[in-house]
Design a protein around this ligand. Structure first.
Ligand SMILES: Nc1ncnc2c1ncn2[C@@H]1O[C@H](COP(=O)(O)OP(=O)(O)O)[C@@H](O)[C@H]1O
Ligand SMILES: [Mg+2]
Length: 252
């Protein structure tokens, strides 16, 4: 059994009277892909925002490698090894793919990255950025502006930007959104290769990809944890079909 890397206990996020996340508890294991699914507005992005320190929890606890980090700042989450991608693309279009990864890698150290200054000092960062590009298969795009690569490649670049921060945990918010089947398959293959090195939390609507990739799945509805189980058990669970799919069993 793999180790627990990241945990949430009774995590809550309230916006006024709206309970975006309500007493949510979950455990994420090393070298696994754990997918989070649920209807729009279920609280999936909110969960990732809390787990990456982008939002402060209303209450509840986040534990990373056995230690509470609930009140840490978002850069401290990043530097301690929790990397995340965003639901909407988050790249700098006027910068090259390499520069985008350098900017991301800089978060690991602090300060701001100046590409044409302190080249030697930046050696470490450039190495991390090149390695991240290689992992996602974008080495040949290193010097190409992000605006000039395809949408699918832009989403690969976003994953490279997470990898460039040297994470242990990767939180991915809909990395296949807006992609055709072929492009999604590229990401599926990529995540399969990354699984042996990272703890991956995947929020994704592409059910085919989720079923193919997941070691564990969690279904959430209205900010609440409905069930966590294996893909096979989730697919055959009538409670899940009712709550998530409204009896449209074609999706499963
Ligand atoms: N910054 C915010 N301010 C107010 N309400 C928010 C904010 N972010 C999310 N919400 C609300 O929280 C709920 C969960 O949203 P979200 O986590 O984005 O859901 P999902 O990612 O599952 O679609 C929604 O009702 C959404 O409108
Ligand atoms: Mg979302």
């Amino acid at each position: 059994m793999s180790n627990i890397v990241l945990e949430a206990e009774n995590l809550c996020k309230f916006w006024g009277g709206l309970k975006a996340l309500d007493e949510f508890s979950i455990k994420f294991y090393d070298k696994q892909i754990h997918s989070i699914v649920g209807p729009n507005g279920a609280g999936k992005s909110t969960l990732l925002n809390l787990l990456s320190g982008a939002y402060q929890a209303t209450h509840g606890v986040i534990i990373y490698n056995g230690k509470p980090i609930t009140s840490a700042k978002s850069y401290e989450f990043c530097r301690s090894g929790i990397g995340r991608s965003f639901q909407k693309t988050n790249i700098f279009h006027t910068q090259t793919c390499l520069e985008n990864c350098c900017i991301a890698a800089q978060q690991q150290i602090g300060g701001s990255f100046k590409f044409f200054q302190n080249r030697n000092q930046n050696k470490f960062i450039i190495k991390a950025a090149l390695s991240a590009l290689e992992k996602v298969g974008l080495t040949e795009r290193a010097k190409t502006k992000a605006s000039q690569i395809s949408y699918g490649e832009q989403r690969q670049l976003e994953i490279a930007m997470v990898l460039a921060t040297n994470p242990k945990v990767i939180l991915l918010d809909e990395p296949m959104a807006g992609m055709g089947h072929e492009e999604s398959q590229t990401i599926v293959k990529l995540l399969m290769t990354l699984k042996s090195q990272y703890c991956i939390v995947l929020v994704e609507h592409d059910m085919e990809a989720v079923f193919e990739l997941s070691d564990l799945m969690t279904v959430m509805v209205d900010g609440q944890h409905l069930i966590t189980d294996s893909v096979d058990n989730i697919r055959s669970n009538p409670l899940v079909q009712d709550a998530y799919l409204g009896n449209d069993d074609e999706v499963f």
